[in-house]
Design a protein around this ligand. Structure first.
Ligand SMILES: [Zn+2]
Length: 236
């Protein structure tokens, strides 16, 4: 969003602050809204179609400290490395790089063997997690859906920037791949959450009752996500 002053000087809203800012105009937006995009590591300002430059500028200025603090709190990005241990569906896995083998990834007795050149290691670990996540989330989602007499059509694993999961009206469920790295209570909570949407499309009381019925530890998983969810974005 740009503005040209009488003097001919051009002001660019995106570059007017000490932190990265993305400006989005949305026809559906009623009120200005500033949020943090953990994946892109930027602040995102959403504006109603006719918002003025001045109002938008003042709004961001007002929340400058908030945005700076939140962006500073984001964890440093890291890549998966040889010798590192991480949890996949709460089971610890140690990464072992085997450059001599052609096989991309193989899991055996708590070790994840990754073949090929070191430059592909991060990518290959991520691909493995995504593949495992697809199978595991589908299995878990179907199991819970059966309990409430619903059906899951499909499960897809996404690399989304702000959502942990979603459920469409056609009963397709999406999960953020990073959830596979979260503690067990978070995984169980999120599956219960998305599966409950098969029955309740909103976040009504009935919906939350259903979530709790499917997973009694839901409150714990939910609060973990709120407090630590950002940490999962250290992986790109
Ligand atoms: Zn929901």
């Amino acid at each position: 969003m740009k503005i040209t002053l009488l003097t001919g000087k051009i002001f660019d809203l995106e570059n007017s602050f000490s932190f990265p800012l993305e400006v989005v105009k949305s026809a559906r937006c009623r009120r200005m809204n500033l949020r943090i995009d953990s994946k892109k590591r930027t602040a995102v300002l959403t504006l109603p179609p006719r918002a003025s430059f001045k109002k938008a500028y003042d709004f961001v200025k007002e929340h400058e400290v908030w945005a700076e603090e939140h962006l500073a709190k984001l964890p440093k990005t890291q890549e998966f490395k040889d010798g590192q241990t991480f949890t996949l569906f709460a089971r610890p896995l140690k990464i072992c790089h085997r450059p001599e083998t052609l096989r991309a990834a193989e899991e055996k007795d708590g070790v994840l063997y990754i073949g090929g050149d070191a430059v592909f290691l991060h990518r290959r670990v991520k691909d493995y997690i995504t593949r495992e996540a697809k199978k595991e989330f589908l299995r878990r989602s179907r199991e819970l859906a059966e309990k409430i007499g619903c059906q899951v059509k499909s499960v897809a694993i996404k690399d989304t920037s702000s959502r942990w999961g979603s459920c469409s009206t056609l009963n397709n469920i999406n999960y953020n791949w990073r959830i596979a790295l979260a503690p067990a209570c978070v995984i169980d909570y999120l599956v219960a959450h998305e599966v409950s949407h098969l029955k309740h499309r909103d976040h009504s009381r009935e919906f939350w009752r259903c979530v709790k019925e499917l997973y009694s530890g839901a409150a714990l998983g939910k609060s973990w996500l709120k407090a630590h969810g950002n940490e999962l974005y250290r992986y790109r």
